[in-house]
Design a protein around this ligand. Structure first.
Ligand code: ADP
Ligand code: MG
Length: 395
């Protein structure tokens, strides 16, 4: 981040500052925000700018509107109401995104005021990173701040293009996410234990590859473990298994062995005769998975082995649940791992990935972790060693 300006480098008094935030929060049928984590995550940056006496113009997307103009179901109205409560000040919501009408709303702002533009994806030029659209957005402001780490892996007009036209800065959330994740990857305190789970090997192949270069121990759980078990010649019944990826999984086990990385796979699994919470269950050794059953969680012996490895770590990176934690019958493995990570107070513990973060929240352990990334896709791309367009644009 050394070559990127941050908002601490400037006093924004009297300046119109366009701030890209990630307000893509879930909203229920009654228009209530059901999880305001992302809105809260942007508050430090907003408060700093308000404190400076800036005129703050917030912009965000929410969901996937058609891009043909306003759609009530994707409106940022519910977000504006929640933000108003959190900030304790009035928020102006502008239907217009760019042009003279938007300019008029901006011109009416006083120092310290906060304006929220409607869903930026109501204009399809946003996702196309259309330079004219980016220019029109930039015309509203004197400076640009990107605090939307969650969309930093997208090159859109409000996340990247606009930076061509304005002095640009990283917000606090962006700064902290990038510094924490790259810090762990570049200089982990060792032993560095990486835990990977979730559904598919194919989704996570680059993450696994990248972590094999960095970690001392790689723990594998979730649906993806069955492709690895298949590569060891085990029969996995009707478990989620990607036949096309078995060879690749075998190659990764070899790479781990060559590099001296301890790759841990389950020794027992919780099997079910259907993908359902009330299915018939059997906890079996990985050598005895019945032909007509699927593994939906790691077993208790595995959980104990994993917890032991996690307990010895000085750094932990975790992405992907160990089982189908959304169903109580298959949450025990993910819970055990979450508890082991939470219990290791000596280690830097970083959680990334939408479902993994949801699991940690479900078990009420979020405040026991060192850092919880707000960006699912963006944090994975960073871990994979890919440059994020939203970060690059700030350079
Ligand atoms: P994240 O969002 O943290 O990156 P993923 O999206 O990769 O995680 O994976 C999460 C999903 O994986 C969860 O919905 C979970 O139910 C599913 N999953 C975990 N273990 C299994 C399994 N054994 N079989 C099928 N699905 C699984
Ligand atoms: Mg997910």
């Amino acid at each position: 981040m050394a070559d990127i300006k941050t908002i601490d480098d400037e006093n924004f008094a009297g300046k119109k500052v366009l701030v890209r935030v990630d307000f893509n929060a879930p909203v229920d049928a009654d228009g209530n925000v059901t999880d305001d984590t992302r809105i809260r995550a942007a508050l430090p940056t907003i408060n700093k700018l308000v404190g400076d006496g800036a005129r703050v113009i917030l912009t965000s997307h929410r969901g996937r509107p058609a891009g043909e103009g306003f759609e009530e179901s994707f409106s940022l109205g519910p977000i504006a109401r929640r933000l108003q409560e959190l900030l304790g000040r009035d928020i102006v919501l502008s239907r217009e995104l760019i042009g003279p009408a938007a300019q008029e709303v901006v011109d009416a702002l006083e120092d310290g005021d906060v304006l929220l533009l409607e869903n930026i994806r109501f204009d399809k030029r946003e996702k196309k990173n259309d330079p004219e659209f980016a220019r029109a957005l930039a015309d509203l402001a004197d400076a640009y701040v990107n605090d939307a780490f969650g969309t930093a892996h997208r090159a859109h007009a409000s996340t990247a293009g606009v930076a061509d036209f304005l002095p640009s800065y990283a917000g606090y959330l962006m700064e902290r996410e990038v510094a924490t994740l790259t810090g762990m990857l570049d200089e982990p305190r060792r032993p560095f234990v990486a835990i990977l789970g979730g559904s598919k090997v194919s989704d996570k192949i680059k993450v696994i590859d990248a972590l094999l270069e960095k970690a001392d121990t790689l723990i594998i759980g979730g649906g993806m473990c069955f492709t690895f078990l298949a590569a060891q010649g085990k029969s996995v019944g009707t478990s989620l298994m990607e036949a096309d990826w078995v060879e690749r999984a075998g190659a990764m086990m070899k790479k781990a062995a060559d590099r001296g990385v301890a790759l841990l796979l389950p020794v027992d699994v919780v099997c079910a005769d259907a993908f359902a919470n009330d299915a018939n269950l059997a906890t079996v050794s990985v050598d005895e998975i019945p032909d007509d059953m699927m593994g939906l969680d790691i077993g208790p012996e595995t959980a104990e082995l994993y917890a032991e490895a996690i307990g010895m770590a000085k750094s932990v990176f975790w992405n992907g649940p160990m089982g189908v934690f959304e169903m109580p019958s298959f949450e025990a493995g993910t819970r055990a791992v979450a508890e082991a990570v939470a219990a290791n107070e000596e280690a830097d513990t970083i959680i990334g990935g939408g479902d993994s973060v949801a699991a940690v929240n479900q078990f009420d352990l979020a405040d026991k972790m060192t850092f919880i990334s707000t960006g699912g896709g963006a944090s994975m791309e960073l871990v994979q060693g890919e440059a994020l367009p939203g970060v690059e644009a700030l350079r």
